[in-house]
Write a protein that binds this ligand. Structure first.
Ligand code: UDX
Length: 447
C-alpha cells in the first residue's frame, strides 16, 4: 500500500492520454494529493480503467490507480474538452509515433490542442509531457490560440518497468516555460521534493533535453554492443570491460549492459526524429545515424550467431526463444529485438517456440507461444534468451537439458550462469563473452 496522504496543496489537473506516460503521471499526481481527470479517446479503455483494470503491465500502477479511484482523487473520462474546462493544468500525454518519413507524427498533439483551445479556463497552463521535437511548444501555443493561457514543456523520463518509481523519484524534473513563474507553478505540482532536482529552462531546451538524453543512451548502448563484438573476436570479456569502464565516475555503471540491440517505444523513434530535426536544421548528427544503423546490424549479428550455434543451418531447426518483449518488466513488444530475432528465424525456415510471461499461449507472428519456459524448449535444437526476465535465472537447468534435443544456449542478455549451464552439459554463448562448452564437447563452436 502507498501512503495516500496528500503532500501538496491540491490542484485540478487534466491528463490527456492514458498510455504508459498518462496513466503513470495521473496515478502519481493523484497520489501526491491532486484531483486528476485522465482522458482517452477510447471509450472501451476508459470504461476498463474506471473499473481499475489496466491495459498495461507496469509494476505498482494498478495498485495506485485502484487506491486513487477509491479515494476519489482520480477519475477517467473520454471528453477532453470537459476535462480541460475543469482544470488549472492540462498535461498532454499523447502518442508521437514515428511517421512514414522518420519524423515524429504530431497529429495527435495538434488535434487535441485545437480541441481544448476554446475550452480552457483563463490562466490555465497546458503542459506537453509527450516527447516532441524542438519547436512543438510554439506549435501548441499557436494552435491553442489563447493569449490568456500558459504553455510549458515538462518531458517525462520514465522507463517502462520502473515507470512509477521514475515518476515519483525522478533524477530530475525539467520544466521549460516562457517565464520562471510559469515553470515554478508547474514544478510545484510535484511537491517540495522536486526542488532539489529541478531544471527550469526555456521550452526549446526542455524539448531537446529529452531527445538528447534518449539519443545519448542509445549511442552508449551501441558503443557497448560494438565493444561486445570486439570482445568476442579477441577473447576479452565484456563483463570485465564494462565493469572497468563503469568504475570511472565520469562514465558511471548504469546502462552498460550488452544485449540483442536496443528497442522499445522510445529509442528507435526518438533517435530517428532527432536525426530528422538535425537534418532539417543543417546540423550534423551522423553519430546518431551511425548508431541506428549499427543497432540494426547488431541484431542481425545475433541472428547470425544463432545460425552458427545450430551448425550454420537455421532452416528445419526447432528453436526456443525466451522473452518476446523489448525488455523485462513490461508487456510491450514494440520494436522488440527479441521478437525481431524470432521473426527472422521463422523467415529463415526455423520452427520457433517461444515463452514470455506476458504473452498468452497461441500463435504470434508465426511463432508458437507456450505457457511455460520448459514447454517452449521441448525437442529444441537451441535456446535463445531474448529478454532478461528474472524467472529465467531460476529455471532448473537439469530439467531444461532433459527436454531439449541439443543442449545449446545463446543468452543475448548474459543473464544465465554460464558455469552452471556448462556443468549441466550445455554449450553456452552470450554477447561479448567467451563461448563455453563441456570439456568432452567441441568448445570451438564458431559464435
Ligand atoms: C527509455 C528511457 O530510458 C526513458 O527515460 C524514456 O522516457 C523512454 O525511453 P524505455 O524505452 O522504457 O525507456 O527503456 P530502457 O530501459 O531505457 O531501455 C531501452 C532499450 O535499451 C531496451 O531495448 C533495453 O533492453 C536496452 N538496454 C537498456 C540495454 O540493452 N542495456 C542496458 O544496459 C539498458
Amino acid at each position: 500500500m502507498f501512503d495516500i496522504r496528500p503532500t501538496v496543496s491540491s490542484r485540478r489537473i487534466a491528463v490527456i492520454g492514458s498510455g504508459y506516460v498518462g496513466l503513470t503521471l495521473s496515478a502519481s499526481l493523484a497520489l501526491l494529493g491532486h484531483e486528476v481527470e485522465c482522458t482517452d479517446h477510447s471509450l472501451e479503455r476508459i470504461t476498463q480503467l474506471a473499473q481499475g483494470q489496466l491495459p498495461i503491465v507496469e509494476e505498482g500502477v494498478a495498485e495506485v490507480v485502484g487506491q486513487m479511484l477509491a479515494a476519489g482523487r482520480l477519475r477517467f473520462a473520454s471528453d477532453n474538452g470537459l476535462a480541460a474546462e475543469r482544470a488549472d493544468f492540462v498535461f498532454l500525454c499523447l502518442p508521437t509515433p514515428m511517421g512514414a518519413d522518420g519524423w515524429a507524427d504530431l497529429s495527435f498533439v495538434q488535434k487535441v490542442a485545437a480541441e481544448i483551445g476554446p475550452r480552457l479556463r483563463p490562466g490555465a497552463t497546458v503542459i506537453t509531457k509527450s516527447t516532441v521535437p524542438v519547436g512543438t511548444g510554439e506549435m501548441v501555443r499557436d494552435t491553442l490560440a489563447r493569449d490568456d493561457v500558459q504553455v510549458a514543456s515538462n518531458p517525462e523520463f520514465l522507463a517502462e518497468g520502473s515507470a512509477l518509481r521514475d515518476c515519483l523519484h525522478p533524477d530530475r524534473i525539467v520544466v521549460g516555460a516562457s517565464s520562471e513563474a510559469v515553470a515554478r507553478n508547474v514544478a510545484d505540482l510535484y511537491g517540495p521534493f522536486a526542488h532539489s532536482r529541478l531544471i527550469l529552462t526555456d521550452i526549446p531546451s526542455a524539448e531537446l533535453i529529452k531527445y538528447a538524453s534518449n539519443a545519448y543512451l542509445a549511442v552508449r548502448l551501441t558503443f557497448v554492443n560494438s565493444m561486445a563484438e570486439i570482445c568476442e573476436t579477441t577473447g576479452a570479456d565484456i563483463r570485465s570491460v564494462v565493469a572497468g569502464m563503469g568504475s570511472d565516475h565520469r562514465i558511471g555503471k548504469a546502462f552498460l549492459r550488452p544485449g540483442p540491440g536496443w528497442g522499445g517505444s522510445c529509442f528507435p523513434k526518438d533517435t530517428e526524429a532527432l536525426v530528422r530535426t538535425a537534418g532539417s536544421l543543417g546540423c550534423d548528427l551522423s553519430l546518431v545515424e551511425t548508431a541506428i544503423a549499427a543497432n540494426a546490424r547488431h541484431t542481425q549479428r545475433v541472428v547470425n550467431k544463432v545460425a552458427a550455434i545450430v551448425d550454420g543451418q537455421v532452416a528445419g531447426k526447432r528453436i526456443a526463444v525466451w522473452g518476446l518483449t523489448f525488455k523485462a518488466g513490461t508487456d510491450d513488444r514494440r520494436q522488440s529485438p527479441a521478437l525481431e530475432i524470432a521473426r527472422q528465424l521463422v523467415a529463415l525456415g526455423a520452427s520457433v517456440h517461444a515463452y514470455d510471461p506476458t504473452v498468452p499461449a497461441g500463435i504470434v507472428q508465426g511463432l508458437e507461444v507456450h505457457s511455460s519456459a520448459i514447454s517452449a524448449c521441448r525437442d529444441a535444437d537451441a535456446l535463445i534468451v531474448g529478454t532478461e526476465w528474472a524467472e529465467f535465472r531460476s529455471v532448473d537447468l537439469a530439467v531444461l537439458g532433459a527436454v531439449m534435443s541439443r543442449r545449446v544456449i545463446l543468452d543475448t542478455r548474459n543473464v544465465l550462469d554460464p558455469g552452471a549451464a556448462v556443468s549441466e552439459g550445455f554449450t553456452y554463448a552470450g554477447i561479448g563473452i567467451p563461448t563455453q562448452a563441456p570439456a568432452e564437447q567441441d568448445a570451438g563452436v564458431a559464435v
